[in-house]
Design a protein around this ligand. Structure first.
Ligand SMILES: CC(C)(COP(=O)(O)OP(=O)(O)OC[C@H]1O[C@@H](n2cnc3c(N)ncnc32)[C@H](O)[C@@H]1OP(=O)(O)O)[C@@H](O)C(=O)NCCC(=O)NCCS
Length: 439
């Protein structure tokens, strides 16, 4: 819980109006000024488009220090979790606040495994989509449609109902993601496999199995793929109040069905400024086409008149380095070497682009470093996962973060419906003029 610690006084120049704003302190990070009584006492709102300076909630889940390149889930540094933990344990941690003991982990893993299948009627939704539909469009639709299966018996004010909804989401989203992929290929859907879930990196193994195997052939999930996918999932599991998580919280604040809230998060994640960046990185590499075209591309990015960005570079919060990118870069080097694809043309373009951008003053002075999506895009490409699935994999990973944040929101007795204010700059009051009298 936050504690009150000092105050700041604000006054409106030229008037005798002033007020004291309590300063709240969390466990880590800067203090925040509590402005909840500002309008009531001073008659003014704050203006913060993009919410860059505004804490929208208090949360115990994830901490980021963008300047120091720190990311912690429930206090555990991401570097330690990436090295020693696996995704299912991280899910438990995010959801419950602490790492599980062996019995708790088994029960949790079994709980997720139990819910991995989807209602057979869900299969029929897929027939309504074109085969070439973007899998994120399919995800928005089908995950949202889960609300139609679990609405009437879901009381979000009941802790057990929330727990089951959370299990269902964490368990079913990879199944739906794999179905979206298989549908695009015209291959049969592959059911989840319990025996895989019980192994280390079992969640990732099961997901790869559903993506890559076909019923007619034996398929062993390659170790390198299981580990790389698991690491991608761990690194993307939560990221505090980013655009998609804030979307889930905003939708959740109205009391909406959690499956619908997560579908809203998926929609927000899809954009190229957010989760769509890993897909955009690969598109950018394909557009560049050849290492020799990189200097011209970099000039275009630096041109003030152009809207071209170096995708996979820059971050709203991390201004020194993205700790996830550091881990992902190591994974990237390992995966490329193990799969023997270091010399694939697109991957060579990526390496050269990274080298040039990291030594170019434009990027250095603006603190633009490769973010996690730059490397995750390259790894997924090396794993032969189609580009259109990249953001879907991000959504699979982030589902646990969304669900944990949604649960925290519903369980917070002080939570209110999210309802920002605005600075209105449209026309002042004016009277309606009939169309016959308009010039
Ligand atoms: C992530 C992102 C949206 C953060 O945006 P932001 O915090 O609002 O950063 P700003 O737009 O204030 O950028 C500051 C400066 O860097 C430039 N900049 C930011 N990201 C850039 C990029 N990827 N390529 C080139 N220039 C970039 C901006 O044009 C601006 O330049 P200026 O000061 O000359 O006007 C932005 O960096 C971006 O679009 N990156 C590419 C997409 C991406 O990889 N997203 C995934 C994030 S995990």
């Amino acid at each position: 819980m936050s504690s009150s610690n000092g105050s700041i006084t604000i006054s409106i120049d030229g008037t005798n109006k002033s007020m004291s704003l309590p300063l709240l302190s969390g466990t880590e990070g800067p203090q925040v000024a509590d402005i909840r009584k500002l309008y009531g006492q001073m008659g003014i709102f704050t203006f913060d488009p993009g919410y860059g300076e505004t804490a929208s909630c208090d949360s115990k889940i994830t901490y980021i220090d963008g300047d120091a390149g720190v990311l912690m889930y429930r206090g555990y540094p991401i570097e330690q979790l990436a090295e020693h933990s696996d995704f299912i344990e991280v899910c438990y941690l995010l959801m419950n606040g602490d790492l599980p003991n062996a019995a708790e982990l088994k029960e949790f893993r079994d709980g997720v495994t139990y819910h991995t299948m989807v209602h057979e009627q869900i299969r029929r939704f897929f027939d309504g989509f074109r085969r070439d539909a973007h899998p994120m469009a399919v995800m928005c639709g089908v995950v949202g449609a889960l609300a139609a299966f679990y609405h009437d018996n879901l009381d979000i004010n009941d802790a057990e109902a929330r727990r089951i909804a959370a299990f269902r989401l964490i368990a079913k989203v990879p199944t739906i993601a794999a179905m979206a992929y298989k549908y695009a290929l015209g291959q049969p859907f592959v059911y989840p496999k319990n025996s895989l879930s019980n192994q280390p990196q079992g969640y990732a193994r099961n997901f790869i199995h559903m993506l890559m195997s076909v019923p007619a052939e034996e398929y062993q999930v390659p170790e390198v793929l299981a580990k790389a996918m698991d690491r991608i999932l761990v690194l993307h599991a939560d990221h505090e109040q980013n655009a998609s998580t804030s979307t889930v919280r905003l939708a959740g604040s109205t009391g909406a069905n959690p499956f619908a809230c997560i579908a809203a998060g998926i929609a927000a994640l899809w954009g190229p400024a957010h989760g769509g960046a890993n897909e955009a990185v690969l598109k950018m590499l394909a557009d560049i086409g050849d290492v020799k075209n990189i200097p011209a591309f970099i000039s275009e990015v630096k041109d003030k008149g152009s809207t071209t960005k170096l995708m996979g570079f820059g971050h709203r919060v991390y201004k020194n380095f993205d700790p996830r990118a550091k881990i992902m870069k190591e994974s990237c080097d390992e995966v490329l070497a193990e799969l023997g694809v270091e010399h694939e043309p697109l991957l060579e373009i990526a390496r050269e682009l990274e080298r040039i951008a990291l030594s170019d003053d434009y990027f250095i002075s603006r603190k633009l470093y490769p973010n996690v999506d730059f490397y995750s895009g390259i790894i997924l490409k090396a794993m032969k996962i189609p580009t259109s699935m990249f953001t879907v994999i991000f959504a699979v990973a982030r589902t646990v973060g969304w669900v944990s944040q949604w649960k925290e929101l519903i369980e917070d007795p002080t939570q209110r419906i999210g309802r920002p204010r605005q600075l209105y700059t449209g026309p002042g009051r004016r009277d309606y003029v009939p169309v016959t009298q308009r010039g």
